[in-house]
Design a protein around this ligand. Structure first.
Ligand code: ZN
Length: 191
């Protein structure tokens, strides 16, 4: 039970850091890590802790806030009358955000699969040279527009397999598909 809790916490943390990376790159990851340790901090304290410029820290904090991953308390200093913003991480919405992100990725992968399976592609075989649809290949008389080599049908079996695998995994994670049942004969460790 304890290790399960630790494993879930680790996965959550990894997902949080991945989201931070999507939002603001490595600097956002550093800000989130610092906030995790400090629990609550001002932008200036975070800048000092991470060595990232305070303007950048502020931009990252607002971006995290936009995504529902960070929030702040505004506290007025009685002596100076200045306001200080104390930031903290907000993880309540994390599962929801991760789910939305996975749904978007699933949609993108399905579109890619649709694109891969609805067209036959032609290619000269040189890495970096374009893959053309049948109509496009016709236009170029089945010669590569870059090198002039003859275009051959492009075998995308591997790409299609890879896409299908990833879609299945995502659908399982999202609870949209059942895990394929394992045969009872193939127990873990008994092979
Ligand atoms: Zn070529």
């Amino acid at each position: 039970m304890f290790w399960e809790v630790v494993a879930v916490a680790r996965r959550k943390n990894k997902e949080l850091l991945e989201l931070a990376r999507d939002i603001g790159g490595e600097e956002a990851v550093e800000v989130v890590k610092a906030l995790e340790k400090m629990k609550e901090a001002t932008d200036e304290e975070l800048a000092e802790k991470t060595g990232i410029r305070v303007n950048t820290v502020r931009r990252i904090l607002y971006a995290l806030n936009d995504h529902g991953l960070a929030d702040f308390k505004r506290i007025r200093d009685k002596e100076t009358g200045w306001y200080y913003y104390y930031w903290h991480l907000e993880t309540k919405k994390l599962p929801e955000i991760i789910r939305a992100k996975k749904m978007a990725e699933l949609k993108r992968l399905k579109e890619m699969l649709e694109e891969e399976t609805s067209e036959i592609y032609y290619w000269c075989g040189t890495e970096g040279h374009p893959r053309l649809t049948f109509d496009e290949a016709m236009e170029y008389e089945f010669q590569c527009p870059l090198c002039g080599k003859m275009l051959m049908q492009y075998d995308n079996t591997k790409i299609v397999e890879e896409l299908k695998k990833r879609i299945q995994e995502l659908e399982e994670e999202l609870g949209l598909a059942e895990k394929p049942k394992k045969s009872p004969r193939k127990k873990k460790g008994s092979a």
